[in-house]
Ligand binder design. Sequence first.
Ligand code: NAD
Length: 435
Amino acid sequence: MSNLGQVLEEKIRTGQARLGTVGLGYVGLPLSVEFASAGLRVTGFDLSPEKVAAVNRGESYIKDVTSERVGALVEAGGLRATSDFDELAECDAVIICVPTPLSKTKDPDLTMVVEATRQIGERLRPGQLVVLESTTYPGTTEELILPILSGRGLDVGESFFLAFSPERVDPGNAKYGTRNTPKIIGGMTPACTRMALALYSKAIDTVIPVSSTQTAEMVKLLENTFRSVNIGLVNEVALMCERLGVDVWEVIDAAASKPFGFMPFYPGPGLGGHCIPIDPLYLSWKLKTLNYRARFIELAGEINSEMPEHVCDRVARALNDREKSVKGSRILILGVSYKRDVDDVRESPALDILRILESRGAKIAYNDPHVPELQWNGTVLRSEELMPAVRRADIVVIVTDHTAFPYREIVDGAAVVLDTRNATRGIRAASVIKI
Ligand SMILES: NC(=O)c1ccc[n+]([C@@H]2O[C@H](COP(=O)([O-])OP(=O)(O)OC[C@H]3O[C@@H](n4cnc5c(N)ncnc54)[C@H](O)[C@@H]3O)[C@@H](O)[C@H]2O)c1
């Protein structure tokens, strides 16, 4: 190993290393807090002045991280944030966790990753470690990141180190957080893997090396494609059960009693969040460039993205049975975040459902204890007071099964409930319809 590698490893081992995290969002802030708690001095970089100021005031804007924790670390000097990218030069290791969305044409949009890498590349100095955590297609680290970082003539694996380590955070998960979720690490060279392992071992309980950056990139896409395909399968099973007159929830619960060879997935109103609806498309896009069609991904995507439309058709049928039309009916959506007990509305199927129902002339309203207001067609929708809104509505649609909802009271107060998550399990009432 090069002398630079030995120096870096020693700095990490003794806790002298300074870490930079680029992108202080759902991934970057918890990660920064974990590393700072492990004793490294962490500087978070973000373009958003609001996020930088919040961190420096000791305030968290991410639900899974408490302000007490951020405040204590900031006060002790272990954590700070800045928008001044010149400070990147002072970091021994830099982790990139900026968004990787899709473009309008549903192709990977890596502009933010490229921009963050360019900021690092312009200041790269010998002995630095750079790790990409943003979810992306296999080949990104080698084909896109490496050329930008190599621009200053430094050799990877010798004078600087580069690795990919996929983020696996599951917002709202009370059992698994950043520290106790095992971390996969793939370096450009064995020395790169070794540096990244040394770094992550400081803050993560279990670190697992793989043979290349491509492997590490593919691991993440397998995990999320696995979820997308299985959810697609179970959504199709729900559509089949509806035609068969069988309760899909009962079927899944009974199948899940098998102690081997079966893993329960549940149907719902559609996919949401920054990961499952998007990541598999990064993989299928990459495969298209290699003349291969990722058929499972396409099919699951098709079924999952049709679920909001299916929910709206069920709403129309339920209203029709009560001699009402969607047009003019008051429809209350319960839960607009993409999953239970989180405040994130990115890609949430509730937004599609609200849009479809509104376009059909419904008077829409919502309640979500985690999302007090929602940007809506250039205006702001506000979360209505729950029970009066339930009683006013012609139909209540449970889109996200937040723990805080009083389901018994909702069922008793509503004219009819369409439950897309089996949140009313155990409550027997003729007014409840399930998908
Ligand atoms: N949120 C999740 O649950 C989750 C889970 C696993 C993986 N991921 C992946 O992690 C990555 C980050 O996702 P996220 O949810 O944390 O995104 P986010 O939108 O919450 O945060 C990203 C942050 O990066 C900042 N940013 C954008 N460009 C920047 C730049 N050039 N320099 C500095 N800061 C910049 C933004 O201002 C924002 O604060 C994505 O690739 C995502 O797919 C997310």
